[in-house]
Design a protein around this ligand. Sequence first.
Ligand code: SD4
Length: 306
Amino acid sequence: APAKPIVIATWDFGVAANQAAWEVLRQEGRALDAVEAGVRVPEADLGNSTVGKGGYPDRDGHVSLDACIMDEKGNCGSVAALEHISHPISVARLVMEKTPHVMLVGEGALQFALENGFERENLLTPKAEKAWKEWLKDKNYQPVINIENKSFTTERLPGNEHNHDTIGMLALDAHGNLSGACTTSGMAFKMRGRVGDSPIIGAGLYVDNEVGGATATGVGEEVIRTVGSFLVVELMRQGYPPEEACREAVGRIAKKKPDIAKEIQVGFLALNKKGEYGAFALQKGFSYAICHAEQRDLLLDSASLY
Ligand code: SD4
């Protein structure tokens, strides 16, 4: 049965992130505050190599982070290729609230963060540096995204045997308002300057307070090509239940790029205005976490195409 308030998030680490979001939601706080607080948990977790500090670097050794956030009024903020700042989601929120813009990138995003009191940090942990140096031994600089993605799927990253990936989080608060957040260090060993789907409104995240929200994880190039999260929300607007909307968006990727789709992972997660949720992925292995008053630490396996 649909619940309210409710928060859902991608992957196993979504369980812990949801608890921080729940602290806000159970006190009738805003979904926006909940999702920001929630995704800050994996951003700060040095043990995870795909979000925030501790994330694996690009192929030149720079940890470069992507994040975006969207509220119930359709406001949104985003940062891409941001270095040296542990909590890109909070910078994204500040872009939303304090600037006339939606998106800041690279040096400009860093300058904005520093001017607003964020601390400059070294985000490359010894573990991430070691994994990068391991990767450098037989690096492959081919810019095309095809078979190369194979080495980029979570399971095959050196030292990253745990199921950790981009966190996308969606919340529906006690007032019936929706917000979402998405944050990542992107594909490990990506080209310098590469931006994935996660900070792109409509691709890695989309929220429409009349309908629902969606977020994505996996190989961002395929999500951008299909404007995945926006597509999921638009399908829900047409009446699709969340899982069916996610299935359709996954199917779109598989139809457009059948050869690539078999080799990579993409997962979508969706929550509608009623508090119904669902997920769907290309491959097995995508998990998602749910938290509401009756059950705080539910972890489900997504259905998949292959
Ligand atoms: C990206 N979607 O940068 C993110 C990263 C991710 O599995 O989810 N990797 O493309």
